[in-house]
Design a protein around this ligand. Sequence first.
Ligand SMILES: Nc1nc2c(c(CN[C@H]3C=C[C@H](O)[C@@H]3O)cn2[C@@H]2O[C@H](COP(=O)(O)O)[C@@H](O)[C@H]2O)c(=O)[nH]1
Length: 379
Amino acid sequence: MLNERGKSSLFDSDYLPSRQLLLSASLSACVVCFSICSKMDGVTLPRESGRIITETAKDVFIDQDGIAKVAQVIVDKVKKKEFDVKTWKEHPLNPKTSDKAAVDWVFLADTLNFSFWSEDERKKYMVKYKGGEHTGYWSLCAAMNRAIDEGIPIMDPNYYATISHNDFMKVFRSDSDHDIPLIDKRIEIMQEAGKVLLKKYTGSFVNCIEECDKSAQKLLQLIVRDFPSYRDVVSYNGKQLGILKRAQILIADVWGACEGKGLGEFTDIDTITMFADYRIPQALVYFGAMKYSESLMEKLKKDTRMENGDRLEVEIRGVSIWVTELIRDEVVKMLKADPETKDVNVNAVLIDHYLWDYRRDHATDMADIPFHKVRCIYY
Ligand SMILES: Nc1nc2c(c(CN[C@H]3C=C[C@H](O)[C@@H]3O)cn2[C@@H]2O[C@H](COP(=O)(O)O)[C@@H](O)[C@H]2O)c(=O)[nH]1
């Protein structure tokens, strides 16, 4: 419909009320849609949580130059074809199949994938396996694989749903003088997860995946709804913000174990953010993409213990999520601007794994960058 000035009357200034009405209606629709898309049962999803926390953070900041520096390192890796979901299986302790056994191995590993740091770096839990001495996250994997080799049915939820303290200590026995941290919590969480798998999913995480139509976000909702130990949510300025580190890494590890195919095919894997642990922040600060205030750096250097949910801890975790999102955006922009780049297969998961592996491989270079010490079951 055109008026005498040949303009579509709908947007013409004579019809300002309808133009405003339409604009405000579409804006509010976007806001409603976005808030629905960025929320799950009243819990804000990790990407939006990271943005919200970064906006109001007082002691943790993003640095654009550092973001560009990390992005360039990653773009170089992508161009050398060294950036692929297949890298996951290259780790000697990760499963080599892409079947139910691999999925259920990943489920158990990520159910226990938290809090490996020790008060004293010289006094760490350690597991000897296949000629290696494994500490940190890899000590968990080594202990699981050792138990499998010893014929202990550790992968069977019928076994771990009722695992005794003695049996747990046999599976996760240490080859150093120091036990795995949070033993009682780990036993409680294993039993809880095993019971849910048996009660609701016929004893396998494959059945959780198969309920979710290849959607990572649907699987994320299922994990947080049915497995309480994965509910990594913080209260921040009156909001319930999902950080969901273990729930997201569980999905990402299934994706990695299955190389993005079959049981690991997720149409929306790119909506999964990095996993807010205590190691990625070290790498982000090392590259200069994230910065701490002087007072926070001082606290960290003095090994000041924090509690899960403290403002400083939430700021470190939240800003690390958002910085990694910005790095991903920068990498995609740089690759799209490159005439030689055909397809851009980069997401926050691959960036996370790269930074995490980089931190482990360059631990000495990062020795003077402290990590935040929180003893909890979420990361
Ligand atoms: N953000 C992020 N956090 C990750 C991982 C992994 C293991 N993923 C590997 C497996 C296949 C992939 O290729 C990765 O290489 C463990 N963690 C967390 O780190 C901490 C342990 O550290 P340390 O004490 O130094 O071992 C602890 O919070 C643990 O939950 C990751 O990938 N990303």
